[in-house]
Design a protein around this ligand. Structure first.
Ligand code: ADP
Ligand code: ZN
Length: 215
């Protein structure tokens, strides 16, 4: 089964993708993670996208479509693919259709995580994670037990994303409503859209997604 997780920044796409990977053996393809990895390893492309990402703007369709094209072959052999943060524009959605059909694959469902803007600001401006093991925390709702030390692995390498500040977030939301939210209507028209309440408790969101994938 191949699915898209759709929703604004902070809707919980990454968290839910992680659960699907764990429970169903699916593979998560996150263009955001791929772009951050390119930055960390200092590739030419990584350097080119850094400022754009930090401002909260979208990188070019060409770059992310190329990343997905490369990653898809290996991923498709698994229990299915979760597209997380891709597609984000109608051009990307068209490209995905072509990539999938070219590889003899299909798209089974698009899960929209619905949340309101206030909740997004609250979630994103407080979040940080462990650079060593990836564990996720939040200043107000889920701080580390000992300040500055990861509960899971004891590392003190706790980081905030460069684009998780109010100004970049406002820009990311603008990009979402302008360029990505039209995909909600597009996939609805294709009969693929399933909407779930992204503000419910994590486990309830997980259950709602499982139910949406059955139906
Ligand atoms: P979030 O969903 O929290 O905004 P992501 O990790 O998915 O974060 O993406 C971070 C940034 O990476 C985006 O703001 C954008 O600059 C870039 N990016 C990720 N995926 C795409 C995409 N499909 N198209 C264009 N830019 C992207
Ligand atoms: Zn850790």
């Amino acid at each position: 089964m191949n699915i898209i997780l759709l929703g604004p920044p902070g809707a919980g796409k990454g968290t839910q993708a992680g659960m699907l990977v764990e429970k169903r053996g699916m593979v998560q393809l996150s263009t955001g993670d791929m772009l951050r990895a390119a930055r960390t390893s200092g590739t030419a492309m990584g350097k080119r996208v850094a400022d754009v990402m930090d401002r909260g703007e979208l990188v070019t369709d060409e770059i992310v479509i190329g990343l997905i094209d490369e990653a898809l072959d290996g991923a498709a052999a698994s229990g299915g693919v979760i597209f997380d943060g891709f597609p984000r524009t109608l051009a990307q959605a068209d490209a995905l259709d072509e990539l999938l059909s070219g590889k003899g694959l299909s798209l089974d469902a698009v899960i929209e995580l619905r949340v309101d803007d206030e909740a997004l600001v609250e979630r994103i401006t407080g979040r940080y994670s462990c650079g060593a093991c990836g564990a996720a925390y939040h200043e107000r709702s889920k701080p580390t037990k000992v300040e500055g030390v990861c509960d899971a692995c004891g590392s003190s390498e706790l980081n905030r994303r460069a684009d998780d500040n109010e100004e970049s977030l406002r820009q990311r939301l603008m990009e979402y409503y302008k360029k990505t939210s039209p995909l909600v209507g597009y996939y609805h028209a294709k009969g693929k859209l399933r909407s779930v309440d992204g503000l419910a408790l994590m486990g309830d969101v997980e259950a709602a997604i499982a139910a949406a994938l059955e139906g």
